[in-house]
Design a protein around this ligand. Sequence first.
Ligand SMILES: *Cc1c(COP(=O)(O)O)cnc(C)c1O
Length: 390
Amino acid sequence: MTPDPLSWIDEISEQRRRLGLERGLIPLGPGRTGRAEHQGGDLIDFASNDYLGLSGDPRVIAAAIREAERHGWGAGASPLVSGWKDAHQELSDALAAFERTEAVVLFPTGYAANLGTISALVGPGDAVFIDRLDHSSLVQGARLSGAALRVYPHGDLDRLVTALDRGRDRHRRILIATDGVFSMDGDLAPLPELVGIAERFGAMLLVDEAHGTGVLGPDGRGAASALGVADRVPIRVGTLSKALGSIGGFVAGSRRLVDHLINHAPTLIYSTALPAPAAAAARRALRIVVEEPWRRDRIQELGRRLRDRLRDGGYAVPESTGPIVPVLLGDSASAVTLSLALRAERMIVPAIRPPTVPRGSARLRIGLSTSHLDSDLDALVDAMVRLKPR
Ligand SMILES: *Cc1c(COP(=O)(O)O)cnc(C)c1O
């Protein structure tokens, strides 16, 4: 009998179980945002990135349905063939106006936007500099491109400058790529300084606004706008799948940049365009972001209250702003135990462990939404204080 060529997987899954790292998919039933039905009861969902509660907004849903009835569900082809519909163009134009850039182009997801953009901008002989806590899609984009990958410790701009000093003559093009809001801790990148460094070294600068779009800044444009440097960030990546409640990714920048991506980004050229109803839904959500600034105020207010109350309860809550509230627990076992105990009280709060975060810094990551009620927050704080590990 020939050996089973997939049997090596068993060993890896055994090891995963031994280390308590096994994860699986949990199907959740319907519920308004911030809630989900599971095994006959209601769960409060503190794991979602639907920060403004827009994925369930009746106006967003209606826009998607109208578009599906007009164009069908699937786009049927990649954008350069026949998958680009007027819904895509209208969303791109609306996003460009919102971002105050010349142009915007859409990708199937935010992940695909980063992969495609980085690999269209750099290649062998170039270098990409990324923060240690940057999102996986930036790291994988750099790997896919074939450029040299240089990782600097989180927020350590001295190390970045030293590495740039050393690297600038050795590489043809240099790209600095960073999360605007870091996805696990909700802290902001030092963008004013990064913009200055990029300009000084003649490097391209990409800021991934996945967790900033719709949430941060005076008009909801994200971290760069909150820090007053949006117009000095030439490559801005965003997602439609977090605060905008839909699915898809986008890049905002100059006409020159966007035309280059349309012609050279593999994840745009060789992948089917996102469904037109998803584009229509995102466009409606964008209008709500602009017209209802109270949502941004509410999310900041909820975040402030939760941070204060958890600190009062004796938890280590690092500085951050907005809807992502990290709670440091140290070892993975404490984080997992607390997450499971909260689960038993019908609350979803994910434990984040190495290698996603550095060793010894396992944590809970609480994601807030405008759909959370004051009583949801009370229930969470009450349970966490009661269940606090000693
Ligand atoms: C979620 C996320 C992405 C990926 O966006 P999707 O639209 O979900 O694919 C990219 N970058 C960061 C920082 C993210 O948090």
